[in-house]
Design a protein around this ligand. Sequence first.
Ligand code: NAD
Length: 460
Amino acid sequence: MEFTAPLARQRAFFQTGATRPAAFRRAQLEKLQAALERHEPALLAALQADLGRSPFQGYATELGVVHTELRHALKNLDGWLHPAGRRTPWFIAPARGWVQAEPYGVALIFGPWNYPVQLLLTPLVSAIAAGNAAVVKPSELAPRTAEAVAALVRETFAPEFISVVTGGADVAVALLAERWDKIFFTGSTRVGRVVATAAAKHLTPVTLELGGKCPAVVCGDADLKLAAKRIAWGKFLNAGQTCVAPDFVLVQRGGRGPFLAALKAAVVEFYGADPRQSADYGRIGSAGHFARLGDFLRAGNIFHGGAHDAATRFLTPTILTDVPLDAPAMQEEIFGPILPVLEFETLDEALALLRNYPTPLAFYGFTNDRTTEARLLAEVRSGGACINDVVSHMIGTGLPFGGLGASGLGAYHGRAGFEAFSHPRAVVRRATWLDLPFRYPPARISLAGLKRAMRVLLRG
Ligand code: NAD
């Protein structure tokens, strides 16, 4: 694998300045929009083959998300590109200061397998809007989708602008040996560390969108039935293979019985008595992940579900109770349709338990009490959060989406995505008809005078 020469061609293309004009960026975004429509049948079929995802789910969770991001970027591009004026110090007057978004150059974008279209192409929209060239690397664990996305990219873009590289970890390692101007990685915390280490060698800026165990805390005062319904939706979407899916639930004593009953009722309402027959229920992404999840099934008592079939990588929505805290299911990210439900007595106890975990990508608190809400938000750290819901903080373009600590670094979606692929360049333009003498040696005032002058004239 040789990436040095193609990367040099892409960097040379970037250096021509071709990617900078707004008209170029807009034309490329529109090309991607049209390609996404043209390739829609192939992409939806690939998602069905790789992940058992129905066309409805495939559009709702993948293609529709990229379209939303594209529309938003096209609508807001001019505003994002507009230099933002800033104040400049008096002693350089007259002068103008502004911040302008500078593209990094050639970006490398890695996607995971669980939402293999959305999580690769949404960052690409931001990279293009910000004026970068890019290489995208889909995950090898959703192979048909990787091929379908690769076909779309090759047909749509000139290779010196946007190119695609398919393959596994060996390919990823070879790519990481090169010097990139920006790396955007979505995947596991383990590989995120590998990426950050490789990027550090070249001081390449990174955005790391990683995983973790996203907890849900259901307090006694919450609407238990609604909490159960919303948690069941977010957990069993894409058969639990969602980075922001609630990983486990802590429910306050007293609420446990009604919560579990409502959770089970919601699962049956969504997917029927036999989720195997449901068009809305997905399959596990790979045999390796299926085997890993099988071990988690033995972690506690099965309150609901447990049925599985290795041949079709089917694992029914499963609710576990009485899972010990030292079981792997309570230590590792589950990333599948298994939901441990644990009990807590006081909020202090729940908060103490959550402090033992690395910072997750999302936190979900269910309460109708504003004091409890404030305490939960203050004491449980996470990349993003919802009160009385799950997953919805990452839907759409309005809020930045990203992790903190072990769940990642940086954010994207909408303006945050544009900023993730831009350097905020500070520029000052001075007039030449006036040149105040104060800053030039020799010093004309005493130290005390300088302090007074700085207090008065550089108020901030
Ligand atoms: P992964 O880390 O195994 O793979 C992601 C990418 O890294 C793939 O392109 C893969 O080829 C590459 N890769 C694998 N091994 C590598 C190595 N040794 N060196 C360099 N690159 C390597 O992740 P995954 O299994 O595809 O995805 C699941 C994980 O991603 C979960 O932890 C999940 O929470 C997380 N995730 C996070 C987000 C988010 O937005 N924060 C979204 C989806 C998934």
